[in-house]
Design a protein around this ligand. Structure first.
Ligand code: ADP
Ligand code: MG
Length: 235
């Protein structure tokens, strides 16, 4: 019999609880993701998807529970880090794609993608060269000098994907990245997101309402009232 060893987790959360007053946003959630894996988080509005994503990414701290992240220099519990260390982790090790790209409209596509590198101290010329490479990988060669308002919604989301990856993030977090796109553009953006993350051994955590998006991920978690009610491995 063939036994496949479980992938070593890059991120592993246990018993996450987060409350807002009397509202239980997360009621004890376990989560893990390995290198090259993609996990979709689904569930009705208010079920805790964004709260889970934000706890995993160190944007907010849970009331209790742990979020272990494997870095090259050892494993850290994201929940015990101070704000300064968490923001460094978010800047250097994690990438983010939101429903609205939060791209800077006064900058060009290549400047938007180069920005995280430049904030980390990389010289502009090197940062922009790297950024151009990512834009090309995402099908946007020739669009480097466009401002965000001169791009379609799907193109702008691909710029946001490039920006999320340019620093070499090992985990990319996406919260409804295709929520504002039509179904064909959504499929294209999702392909770009999956190829550029799992295709390169990175991990992707994606919150989505779209069953087609979820079906393209390696696993699908379903949340209801802050708890995981279903977990399925996709074919
Ligand atoms: P989803 O992303 O699945 O729509 P959320 O994680 O945003 O759900 O929210 C889960 C629950 O926690 C909801 O009941 C929501 O109202 C509540 N909640 C989330 N963020 C806050 C907040 N900052 N303050 C108060 N309640 C919040
Ligand atoms: Mg949400």
């Amino acid at each position: 019999m063939n036994t496949v060893p479980p992938p070593i987790s890059v991120l592993a959360a246990s018993a996450l609880v987060k409350t807002y007053g009397s509202a239980i946003a997360l009621g004890g959630v376990d989560f893990r993701i390995g290198a090259g894996e993609s996990v979709a988080i689904m569930g009705a509005s208010g079920s805790g998807k964004t709260t889970l994503l934000h706890c995993l990414a160190g944007i907010i701290g849970p009331d209790s529970g742990s979020v272990l992240f494997a870095t090259p220099s050892g494993t850290v519990d994201v929940t015990t880090l101070g704000e300064k260390e968490r923001s460094r982790l978010r800047r250097e090790a994690f990438g983010f794609v939101f429903q609205q790209g939060f791209l800077l409209p006064e900058l060009t596509a290549v400047e938007n993608v180069a920005l995280p590198l430049m904030l980390g101290g990389t010289a502009r010329a090197v940062a922009e060269q790297n950024a151009s490479g990512w834009l090309a990988a995402l099908g946007l060669a020739g669009f480097e000098s466009r401002r965000i308002g001169q791009l379609s919604g799907g193109q702008a989301q691909r710029v946001a994907i490039a920006r999320a990856q340019v620093t070499g993030a090992s985990v990319v977090f996406a919260d409804e990245p295709t929520g504002a796109l039509d179904s064909r553009t959504s499929a294209e953006v999702m392909s770009a997101l999956i190829d550029s993350t799992t295709g390169r051994g990175r991990s992707l955590v994606v919150v989505t309402h779209d069953e087609e998006v979820a079906a393209r991920c390696s696993r699908v978690l379903r949340l209801a009232d802050g708890r995981i009610v279903d977990e399925a491995v996709t074919a």
